[in-house]
Unconditional design. Sequence first.
Length: 460
Amino acid sequence: MKKIIAVFCLFVLMLSSLHAQQGSRSVPVPTKSQLVWQGMEYYLFVHFGPNTFTDKEWGAGNEPEDAFNPGNLNCDQWCKTAKAAGAAGIIITAKHHDGFCLWPSKFSTHTVRESKWQNGKGDVLRDLSAACKANGIKFGVYLSPWDRNHPQYGTAGYNEVYAGMMKEIFQHYGPIWELWWDGANGEGPNGKKQVYDWPLFKKTVRNLSPNTVIFSDLGPDIRWVGNENGIAGTTNWNTLNTEGFTPGAGAPPQDTLNRGNINGTNWIPAECDVSIRKGWFYHSEEDITVKTPEQLFDLYLKSVGRGANLLLNVPADRKGWIHSNDSIALIGFKKLRDQSFSHNLIDKEMIQTKSRTNKTSDLKTSVSSIVIWTEPVTINCIVLKEKIADGQLIENADITLSNRGIAIKTLHVTTVGHQRIITFPSTSITELSVVINKSKAKPKLSAIEAYAIPENLIEK
Ligand code: FUL
Protein backbone atom coordinates (compact mmCIF):
# COMPACT_ATOMS: atom_id res chain seq x y z
CA MET A 1 0.00 0.00 0.00
CA LYS A 2 2.79 2.37 1.02
CA LYS A 3 4.43 1.74 -2.35
CA ILE A 4 1.22 2.53 -4.22
CA ILE A 5 0.84 5.79 -2.27
CA ALA A 6 4.46 6.69 -3.00
CA VAL A 7 4.03 6.01 -6.73
CA PHE A 8 0.80 8.02 -6.73
CA CYS A 9 2.50 10.95 -4.97
CA LEU A 10 5.33 10.88 -7.49
CA PHE A 11 2.77 10.83 -10.30
CA VAL A 12 0.99 13.89 -8.85
CA LEU A 13 4.37 15.63 -8.50
CA MET A 14 5.25 14.85 -12.11
CA LEU A 15 1.94 16.29 -13.27
CA SER A 16 2.49 19.61 -11.52
CA SER A 17 5.97 20.15 -12.96
CA LEU A 18 8.43 18.46 -15.30
CA HIS A 19 10.91 16.19 -13.55
CA ALA A 20 13.99 14.24 -14.59
CA GLN A 21 15.75 11.35 -12.95
CA GLN A 22 19.24 12.36 -11.76
CA GLY A 23 20.99 9.40 -10.18
CA SER A 24 18.60 8.17 -7.52
CA ARG A 25 16.67 11.45 -7.40
CA SER A 26 13.87 12.95 -9.40
CA VAL A 27 14.46 16.68 -9.79
CA PRO A 28 12.33 19.39 -11.38
CA VAL A 29 13.52 20.58 -14.79
CA PRO A 30 12.47 23.56 -16.92
CA THR A 31 9.98 23.35 -19.75
CA LYS A 32 11.21 24.38 -23.20
CA SER A 33 9.53 27.78 -22.80
CA GLN A 34 11.17 28.32 -19.42
CA LEU A 35 14.57 27.48 -20.91
CA VAL A 36 14.04 29.95 -23.75
CA TRP A 37 12.92 32.55 -21.19
CA GLN A 38 16.04 31.96 -19.09
CA GLY A 39 18.24 32.55 -22.10
CA MET A 40 16.66 35.99 -22.60
CA GLU A 41 18.32 37.20 -19.38
CA TYR A 42 17.41 40.88 -19.64
CA TYR A 43 14.46 42.80 -21.08
CA LEU A 44 12.46 45.98 -20.52
CA PHE A 45 9.26 46.79 -18.67
CA VAL A 46 7.33 49.85 -19.88
CA HIS A 47 4.85 51.40 -17.46
CA PHE A 48 2.53 53.65 -19.43
CA GLY A 49 -1.06 54.78 -18.90
CA PRO A 50 -3.16 57.55 -17.31
CA ASN A 51 -0.65 57.71 -14.42
CA THR A 52 1.91 59.03 -16.91
CA PHE A 53 -0.29 62.10 -17.36
CA THR A 54 -1.68 62.53 -13.84
CA ASP A 55 1.70 62.04 -12.15
CA LYS A 56 0.46 59.16 -10.02
CA GLU A 57 1.83 55.69 -9.35
CA TRP A 58 -1.55 54.12 -8.57
CA GLY A 59 -4.50 55.73 -10.32
CA ALA A 60 -7.85 55.62 -8.52
CA GLY A 61 -9.67 54.31 -11.58
CA ASN A 62 -11.90 57.40 -11.96
CA GLU A 63 -9.49 59.40 -14.13
CA PRO A 64 -11.20 60.71 -17.29
CA GLU A 65 -10.24 58.65 -20.35
CA ASP A 66 -9.03 61.87 -22.00
CA ALA A 67 -6.25 62.03 -19.43
CA PHE A 68 -4.42 59.50 -21.60
CA ASN A 69 -3.15 61.56 -24.50
CA PRO A 70 0.41 60.84 -25.69
CA GLY A 71 1.62 63.65 -27.96
CA ASN A 72 3.45 61.47 -30.46
CA LEU A 73 3.47 57.80 -29.45
CA ASN A 74 6.47 56.05 -30.96
CA CYS A 75 6.65 52.36 -30.08
CA ASP A 76 9.30 51.90 -32.74
CA GLN A 77 11.56 54.21 -30.70
CA TRP A 78 10.96 51.99 -27.62
CA CYS A 79 11.91 48.88 -29.60
CA LYS A 80 14.95 50.44 -31.25
CA THR A 81 16.12 51.62 -27.83
CA ALA A 82 15.58 48.15 -26.36
CA LYS A 83 17.47 46.56 -29.21
CA ALA A 84 20.39 48.97 -29.03
CA ALA A 85 20.48 48.32 -25.28
CA GLY A 86 20.71 44.55 -25.84
CA ALA A 87 17.33 43.90 -24.20
CA ALA A 88 15.49 40.87 -25.55
CA GLY A 89 11.93 42.16 -25.33
CA ILE A 90 9.40 44.60 -23.86
CA ILE A 91 6.58 43.97 -21.37
CA ILE A 92 3.91 46.70 -21.46
CA THR A 93 1.37 47.56 -18.75
CA ALA A 94 -1.68 46.88 -20.91
CA LYS A 95 -3.85 47.60 -17.86
CA HIS A 96 -2.57 48.86 -14.50
CA HIS A 97 -4.55 48.93 -11.24
CA ASP A 98 -6.60 51.94 -12.49
CA GLY A 99 -8.27 49.60 -15.00
CA PHE A 100 -7.55 51.75 -18.07
CA CYS A 101 -6.99 49.49 -21.10
CA LEU A 102 -4.33 50.52 -23.60
CA TRP A 103 -6.30 48.59 -26.23
CA PRO A 104 -10.00 48.97 -27.12
CA SER A 105 -11.25 46.07 -25.02
CA LYS A 106 -14.86 45.11 -25.46
CA PHE A 107 -14.93 44.10 -21.79
CA SER A 108 -14.48 47.66 -20.52
CA THR A 109 -15.67 51.20 -21.17
CA HIS A 110 -12.49 52.66 -19.72
CA THR A 111 -10.12 52.29 -22.66
CA VAL A 112 -8.22 54.15 -25.38
CA ARG A 113 -11.44 53.95 -27.44
CA GLU A 114 -13.22 56.29 -25.00
CA SER A 115 -10.35 58.81 -25.09
CA LYS A 116 -9.81 61.62 -27.58
CA TRP A 117 -6.32 60.27 -28.32
CA GLN A 118 -6.17 59.53 -32.05
CA ASN A 119 -9.95 60.15 -32.10
CA GLY A 120 -10.53 56.98 -30.13
CA LYS A 121 -8.79 54.89 -32.80
CA GLY A 122 -5.46 54.55 -31.01
CA ASP A 123 -4.24 51.17 -29.75
CA VAL A 124 -0.94 50.91 -27.90
CA LEU A 125 -0.90 47.09 -27.98
CA ARG A 126 -1.42 47.07 -31.74
CA ASP A 127 1.43 49.54 -32.26
CA LEU A 128 3.82 47.92 -29.80
CA SER A 129 3.24 44.32 -30.88
CA ALA A 130 3.85 45.38 -34.51
CA ALA A 131 6.98 47.35 -33.58
CA CYS A 132 8.37 44.40 -31.58
CA LYS A 133 7.86 42.10 -34.57
CA ALA A 134 9.45 44.59 -36.95
CA ASN A 135 12.47 44.98 -34.67
CA GLY A 136 12.85 41.29 -33.86
CA ILE A 137 12.30 41.55 -30.11
CA LYS A 138 9.74 39.76 -27.96
CA PHE A 139 6.42 41.23 -26.86
CA GLY A 140 5.08 40.68 -23.36
CA VAL A 141 2.04 41.94 -21.46
CA TYR A 142 1.39 43.01 -17.86
CA LEU A 143 -2.34 42.79 -17.09
CA SER A 144 -3.27 43.82 -13.56
CA PRO A 145 -5.96 41.58 -12.10
CA TRP A 146 -6.69 44.35 -9.58
CA ASP A 147 -9.02 46.83 -11.28
CA ARG A 148 -10.12 49.99 -9.49
CA ASN A 149 -12.48 50.94 -12.29
CA HIS A 150 -14.36 47.89 -13.49
CA PRO A 151 -17.95 47.81 -12.17
CA GLN A 152 -17.87 44.01 -11.92
CA TYR A 153 -14.68 43.88 -9.86
CA GLY A 154 -15.48 42.16 -6.57
CA THR A 155 -18.04 39.81 -8.18
CA ALA A 156 -17.63 36.36 -9.75
CA GLY A 157 -18.36 37.94 -13.16
CA TYR A 158 -15.09 39.85 -13.05
CA ASN A 159 -13.07 36.65 -13.35
CA GLU A 160 -14.75 36.09 -16.73
CA VAL A 161 -13.98 39.70 -17.66
CA TYR A 162 -10.29 39.22 -16.85
CA ALA A 163 -10.19 35.90 -18.74
CA GLY A 164 -11.96 37.60 -21.67
CA MET A 165 -9.39 40.38 -21.71
CA MET A 166 -6.57 37.84 -21.83
CA LYS A 167 -8.29 36.11 -24.74
CA GLU A 168 -8.54 39.39 -26.65
CA ILE A 169 -4.89 40.11 -26.08
CA PHE A 170 -3.71 36.68 -27.19
CA GLN A 171 -5.98 36.61 -30.20
CA HIS A 172 -5.26 40.11 -31.48
CA TYR A 173 -1.69 40.84 -30.47
CA GLY A 174 0.12 37.52 -30.08
CA PRO A 175 2.52 35.86 -29.93
CA ILE A 176 3.07 36.93 -26.34
CA TRP A 177 6.16 35.50 -24.75
CA GLU A 178 5.49 36.51 -21.15
CA LEU A 179 2.30 37.43 -19.30
CA TRP A 180 2.53 39.26 -15.99
CA TRP A 181 -0.07 38.70 -13.27
CA ASP A 182 0.47 41.29 -10.57
CA GLY A 183 -0.57 39.81 -7.24
CA ALA A 184 -1.87 43.17 -5.90
CA ASN A 185 -5.46 42.78 -4.76
CA GLY A 186 -7.07 45.93 -3.40
CA GLU A 187 -10.63 47.18 -3.42
CA GLY A 188 -12.59 47.96 -6.54
CA PRO A 189 -15.07 50.81 -7.14
CA ASN A 190 -17.75 49.03 -5.05
CA GLY A 191 -15.36 48.71 -2.09
CA LYS A 192 -14.99 44.93 -2.56
CA LYS A 193 -11.92 42.83 -3.16
CA GLN A 194 -11.92 40.18 -5.85
CA VAL A 195 -11.48 36.48 -5.18
CA TYR A 196 -9.32 35.72 -8.21
CA ASP A 197 -9.98 32.48 -10.09
CA TRP A 198 -6.31 31.63 -10.76
CA PRO A 199 -7.08 28.15 -12.19
CA LEU A 200 -9.44 29.73 -14.75
CA PHE A 201 -6.81 32.33 -15.65
CA LYS A 202 -4.15 29.66 -16.12
CA LYS A 203 -6.42 27.43 -18.19
CA THR A 204 -7.31 30.38 -20.42
CA VAL A 205 -3.66 31.14 -21.19
CA ARG A 206 -2.58 27.53 -21.63
CA ASN A 207 -5.45 26.87 -24.05
CA LEU A 208 -4.72 29.90 -26.18
CA SER A 209 -0.96 30.12 -25.98
CA PRO A 210 0.79 27.14 -24.38
CA ASN A 211 4.27 28.62 -24.96
CA THR A 212 3.62 31.84 -23.06
CA VAL A 213 5.43 31.93 -19.73
CA ILE A 214 3.24 33.22 -16.91
CA PHE A 215 4.72 35.37 -14.14
CA SER A 216 3.17 35.89 -10.72
CA ASP A 217 4.50 35.85 -7.16
CA LEU A 218 4.70 32.08 -7.54
CA GLY A 219 4.48 31.25 -11.20
CA PRO A 220 3.20 28.93 -12.62
CA ASP A 221 6.28 29.56 -14.79
CA ILE A 222 8.21 32.53 -13.39
CA ARG A 223 8.24 33.80 -9.81
CA TRP A 224 8.68 37.24 -8.29
CA VAL A 225 12.09 37.65 -6.67
CA GLY A 226 10.54 39.00 -3.46
CA ASN A 227 11.64 42.65 -3.79
CA GLU A 228 11.38 45.49 -6.27
CA ASN A 229 15.06 46.39 -6.08
CA GLY A 230 16.15 43.93 -8.75
CA ILE A 231 18.15 41.72 -6.39
CA ALA A 232 18.13 37.91 -6.30
CA GLY A 233 19.52 35.89 -3.40
CA THR A 234 23.18 34.86 -3.57
CA THR A 235 21.63 31.44 -3.04
CA ASN A 236 18.95 31.21 -5.68
CA TRP A 237 17.13 27.94 -6.35
CA ASN A 238 14.95 27.74 -9.44
CA THR A 239 12.73 25.38 -7.52
CA LEU A 240 9.85 26.41 -5.29
CA ASN A 241 7.18 24.77 -3.14
CA THR A 242 3.82 26.16 -4.18
CA GLU A 243 1.45 23.86 -2.31
CA GLY A 244 -0.94 25.90 -0.14
CA PHE A 245 0.13 29.28 -1.55
CA THR A 246 -1.55 31.73 -3.94
CA PRO A 247 -0.25 34.86 -5.70
CA GLY A 248 -0.47 38.12 -3.75
CA ALA A 249 -1.15 38.08 0.00
CA GLY A 250 -1.12 34.26 0.04
CA ALA A 251 2.35 34.00 -1.50
CA PRO A 252 5.36 32.44 0.26
CA PRO A 253 7.46 34.82 2.42
CA GLN A 254 9.56 37.29 0.43
CA ASP A 255 12.87 35.77 1.48
CA THR A 256 11.67 32.37 0.23
CA LEU A 257 10.80 33.94 -3.12
CA ASN A 258 14.22 35.57 -3.09
CA ARG A 259 16.10 32.30 -2.65
CA GLY A 260 13.67 29.56 -3.75
CA ASN A 261 13.44 26.20 -2.00
CA ILE A 262 16.35 23.81 -2.28
CA ASN A 263 14.00 20.84 -2.64
CA GLY A 264 11.11 22.77 -4.15
CA THR A 265 8.67 20.64 -6.11
CA ASN A 266 8.21 23.00 -9.08
CA TRP A 267 10.64 24.63 -11.49
CA ILE A 268 9.79 28.35 -11.11
CA PRO A 269 12.84 30.60 -11.64
CA ALA A 270 13.01 34.18 -10.35
CA GLU A 271 12.61 37.41 -12.27
CA CYS A 272 13.98 40.66 -10.81
CA ASP A 273 11.76 43.64 -11.57
CA VAL A 274 13.21 47.07 -10.86
CA SER A 275 12.78 50.56 -12.24
CA ILE A 276 15.54 52.60 -13.87
CA ARG A 277 14.00 55.57 -12.01
CA LYS A 278 12.46 56.16 -8.61
CA GLY A 279 8.91 55.31 -9.71
CA TRP A 280 7.39 52.86 -12.18
CA PHE A 281 5.57 55.52 -14.21
CA TYR A 282 7.14 58.56 -15.86
CA HIS A 283 7.28 61.74 -13.77
CA SER A 284 9.41 64.59 -15.13
CA GLU A 285 10.77 65.45 -11.69
CA GLU A 286 12.32 61.97 -11.63
CA ASP A 287 14.41 62.63 -14.75
CA ILE A 288 17.32 63.16 -12.39
CA THR A 289 16.81 59.80 -10.65
CA VAL A 290 17.78 57.67 -13.67
CA LYS A 291 20.30 55.04 -12.60
CA THR A 292 23.80 55.31 -14.02
CA PRO A 293 25.23 52.63 -16.33
CA GLU A 294 27.43 51.51 -13.41
CA GLN A 295 24.40 51.13 -11.11
CA LEU A 296 22.62 49.14 -13.82
CA PHE A 297 25.66 46.92 -14.22
CA ASP A 298 25.65 46.28 -10.47
CA LEU A 299 21.99 45.27 -10.72
CA TYR A 300 22.89 42.97 -13.60
CA LEU A 301 25.45 41.21 -11.38
CA LYS A 302 22.84 40.86 -8.63
CA SER A 303 20.13 39.48 -10.90
CA VAL A 304 21.41 37.80 -14.07
CA GLY A 305 24.67 37.14 -12.22
CA ARG A 306 22.72 35.15 -9.63
CA GLY A 307 20.80 33.00 -12.09
CA ALA A 308 17.66 35.16 -12.34
CA ASN A 309 16.37 37.33 -15.20
CA LEU A 310 16.33 41.13 -15.10
CA LEU A 311 13.13 43.00 -15.98
CA LEU A 312 14.22 46.63 -16.09
CA ASN A 313 11.44 49.22 -16.12
CA VAL A 314 11.95 52.18 -18.45
CA PRO A 315 8.71 54.20 -18.51
CA ALA A 316 7.45 56.02 -21.57
CA ASP A 317 7.00 59.79 -21.14
CA ARG A 318 3.98 61.98 -21.95
CA LYS A 319 5.03 62.25 -25.56
CA GLY A 320 5.02 58.45 -25.75
CA TRP A 321 8.80 58.13 -26.02
CA ILE A 322 11.53 56.70 -23.86
CA HIS A 323 13.26 59.75 -22.40
CA SER A 324 16.82 60.45 -23.56
CA ASN A 325 18.19 60.28 -19.98
CA ASP A 326 16.99 56.68 -19.82
CA SER A 327 18.13 55.64 -23.29
CA ILE A 328 21.59 57.15 -22.71
CA ALA A 329 21.88 55.16 -19.46
CA LEU A 330 20.71 51.99 -21.23
CA ILE A 331 23.28 52.33 -23.99
CA GLY A 332 25.99 53.03 -21.42
CA PHE A 333 24.94 49.87 -19.57
CA LYS A 334 25.18 47.88 -22.81
CA LYS A 335 28.68 49.23 -23.45
CA LEU A 336 29.81 48.18 -19.98
CA ARG A 337 28.52 44.63 -20.53
CA ASP A 338 30.20 44.41 -23.92
CA GLN A 339 33.44 45.82 -22.57
CA SER A 340 33.38 43.44 -19.60
CA PHE A 341 32.37 40.19 -21.22
CA SER A 342 33.85 40.32 -24.72
CA HIS A 343 37.12 38.58 -23.90
CA ASN A 344 36.93 35.30 -22.01
CA LEU A 345 40.42 34.40 -20.79
CA ILE A 346 39.66 30.68 -20.66
CA ASP A 347 39.52 28.55 -23.81
CA LYS A 348 37.39 25.43 -23.46
CA GLU A 349 40.43 23.17 -24.07
CA MET A 350 42.16 24.64 -21.02
CA ILE A 351 39.59 23.16 -18.63
CA GLN A 352 40.49 19.78 -17.12
CA THR A 353 37.70 18.16 -15.17
CA LYS A 354 37.83 15.22 -12.76
CA SER A 355 34.92 13.72 -10.93
CA ARG A 356 34.99 11.43 -7.94
CA THR A 357 31.92 9.45 -6.98
CA ASN A 358 31.41 7.97 -3.58
CA LYS A 359 30.17 4.45 -4.43
CA THR A 360 27.55 4.43 -1.67
CA SER A 361 25.61 7.44 -2.87
CA ASP A 362 25.58 9.49 -6.04
CA LEU A 363 24.80 12.54 -3.89
CA LYS A 364 28.41 12.58 -2.83
CA THR A 365 29.82 13.15 -6.27
CA SER A 366 32.45 15.85 -6.21
CA VAL A 367 33.65 17.45 -9.41
CA SER A 368 36.74 19.57 -9.75
CA SER A 369 37.92 21.55 -12.72
CA ILE A 370 41.33 23.08 -13.12
CA VAL A 371 42.52 25.76 -15.50
CA ILE A 372 46.24 26.48 -15.90
CA TRP A 373 47.86 29.41 -17.70
CA THR A 374 51.53 29.35 -18.72
CA GLU A 375 51.87 33.08 -17.96
CA PRO A 376 50.08 34.95 -15.15
CA VAL A 377 46.74 36.57 -16.03
CA THR A 378 44.96 39.26 -14.04
CA ILE A 379 41.27 38.61 -13.51
CA ASN A 380 38.50 39.96 -11.29
CA CYS A 381 35.47 38.07 -12.55
CA ILE A 382 34.53 34.42 -12.94
CA VAL A 383 31.38 33.13 -14.58
CA LEU A 384 30.03 29.64 -13.88
CA LYS A 385 27.12 28.12 -15.78
CA GLU A 386 25.18 25.00 -14.98
CA LYS A 387 23.39 22.83 -17.54
CA ILE A 388 19.95 23.57 -16.08
CA ALA A 389 18.05 21.63 -18.75
CA ASP A 390 18.88 18.63 -16.54
CA GLY A 391 17.83 20.41 -13.33
CA GLN A 392 19.64 22.66 -10.88
CA LEU A 393 21.99 20.47 -8.88
CA ILE A 394 24.94 22.42 -7.50
CA GLU A 395 24.57 23.29 -3.80
CA ASN A 396 27.97 24.82 -3.19
CA ALA A 397 31.41 25.16 -4.68
CA ASP A 398 34.84 26.62 -3.91
CA ILE A 399 36.87 28.56 -6.44
CA THR A 400 40.55 28.77 -5.58
CA LEU A 401 42.87 31.26 -7.25
CA SER A 402 46.59 30.39 -7.18
CA ASN A 403 49.81 31.75 -8.57
CA ARG A 404 52.57 29.23 -9.40
CA GLY A 405 51.15 26.72 -6.95
CA ILE A 406 50.51 29.15 -4.10
CA ALA A 407 46.85 29.60 -3.23
CA ILE A 408 45.90 33.28 -2.99
CA LYS A 409 42.22 33.16 -2.20
CA THR A 410 39.24 30.87 -2.14
CA LEU A 411 35.82 32.16 -3.09
CA HIS A 412 32.85 30.25 -1.76
CA VAL A 413 29.67 30.16 -3.82
CA THR A 414 26.41 28.38 -3.23
CA THR A 415 23.98 27.95 -6.14
CA VAL A 416 25.03 28.40 -9.77
CA GLY A 417 21.95 27.81 -11.95
CA HIS A 418 21.78 29.41 -15.40
CA GLN A 419 24.68 31.68 -14.60
CA ARG A 420 26.68 32.80 -11.57
CA ILE A 421 28.92 35.84 -11.92
CA ILE A 422 31.45 36.30 -9.14
CA THR A 423 33.58 39.47 -8.97
CA PHE A 424 36.52 40.25 -6.69
CA PRO A 425 39.48 42.66 -6.63
CA SER A 426 41.90 42.04 -9.52
CA THR A 427 44.24 39.13 -8.82
CA SER A 428 47.18 37.83 -10.81
CA ILE A 429 46.98 34.04 -11.17
CA THR A 430 48.30 31.09 -13.11
CA GLU A 431 45.79 28.57 -11.84
CA LEU A 432 42.12 28.44 -11.05
CA SER A 433 40.25 25.50 -9.59
CA VAL A 434 36.54 24.99 -9.15
CA VAL A 435 35.55 22.28 -6.71
CA ILE A 436 31.89 21.43 -6.42
CA ASN A 437 31.58 20.30 -2.84
CA LYS A 438 27.95 19.42 -2.73
CA SER A 439 25.31 18.73 -5.32
CA LYS A 440 22.06 16.82 -5.57
CA ALA A 441 23.49 14.49 -8.21
CA LYS A 442 26.47 14.53 -10.55
CA PRO A 443 26.69 18.24 -11.49
CA LYS A 444 27.21 19.55 -15.00
CA LEU A 445 29.01 22.86 -15.39
CA SER A 446 28.45 24.02 -18.95
CA ALA A 447 30.95 26.88 -18.72
CA ILE A 448 33.79 28.32 -16.65
CA GLU A 449 34.83 31.76 -17.86
CA ALA A 450 37.25 34.39 -16.54
CA TYR A 451 37.30 38.11 -17.28
CA ALA A 452 39.13 41.30 -16.43
CA ILE A 453 36.26 43.77 -16.08
CA PRO A 454 36.75 47.48 -15.30
CA GLU A 455 37.73 47.52 -11.62
CA ASN A 456 35.00 50.03 -10.70
CA LEU A 457 32.37 47.50 -11.77
CA ILE A 458 33.12 44.90 -9.11
CA GLU A 459 29.94 44.07 -7.21
CA LYS A 460 29.12 46.66 -4.55
C1 FUL B 1 3.44 46.31 -8.31
C2 FUL B 1 2.50 47.46 -8.68
O1 FUL B 1 1.68 47.81 -7.58
C3 FUL B 1 3.38 48.61 -9.10
O2 FUL B 1 2.63 49.76 -9.41
C4 FUL B 1 4.21 48.16 -10.30
O3 FUL B 1 3.37 47.92 -11.41
C5 FUL B 1 5.01 46.91 -9.96
C6 FUL B 1 5.77 46.34 -11.12
O4 FUL B 1 4.16 45.89 -9.45
O5 FUL B 1 2.78 45.27 -7.74
